[in-house]
Design a protein around this ligand. Sequence first.
Ligand code: MN
Length: 264
Amino acid sequence: MSASRRQFLNAGAAVGAATVAACASPGPSGAAGPKVLFGQAPVTVPVVGRDEQFQVRRIYCVGRNYAAHAREMGSDPTREPPFFFQKPTDAIQVVPPGVTVDHPYPPITKNYHYEIELVACLGKGGRNVTAAQALDMVFGYAAGLDMTRRDLQRAMGDQKKPWEVGKSFDKSAVISHIHPATMTGHLAKGAIWLKVNGNVKQNANLNQMTWNVAEQIANLSTFYELFPGDIIYSGTPENVGPVVRGDVMTGHVEGIYDISVKVV
Ligand code: MN
């Protein structure tokens, strides 16, 4: 490739990047950005007690963050550093209070699992923050389900391939409305459970996390610059298991209303 051709391509890439950034961040004035093809509505989650909705920027998830769950997944639950994966932002499925939301059984899988989790929702960003600073970044909390195509996750992991298809798919990030931390306080202990058709499946306490929310944020901020709108699924306790069409999952996180989801 000639030098001039390379310069041309680099310039094009720079323009493209600037355009994308402008689309993602229209700015505080709300001024119209560039004309875009196939424009998408922002992904938002209602906030309890507020008119404004929370716009989701990125969905991070913590893996194996309760020792007993690490053991059931075949891992050594010693305090290895937390690890993270992401789901696409548009995987969000909001579950309002007092209703049971239909959740489609996803394609390909034959072993579809629930994972009840506390979700921390950031209102401030930062990088290389300390655990002592981290909770100041948390705007609020939600109850979530990190839905998982377990058979695909395992098959890909066994082949040392990315387990993307097991975790990142449509509607795989189920979430309640967000409760501001000003209402709930910071959630560090209390019951977290999941029932299927009224039968308790998962039942633990938030204080059993290997890495608490502040430590998760601090560690994550060494890998990525964090921004307002980022949310973190903080890991699930033991006794994950399958659901099939017709099952109703009820999820509870202390301080948050219970979420109800029917697999259809
Ligand atoms: Mn999970």
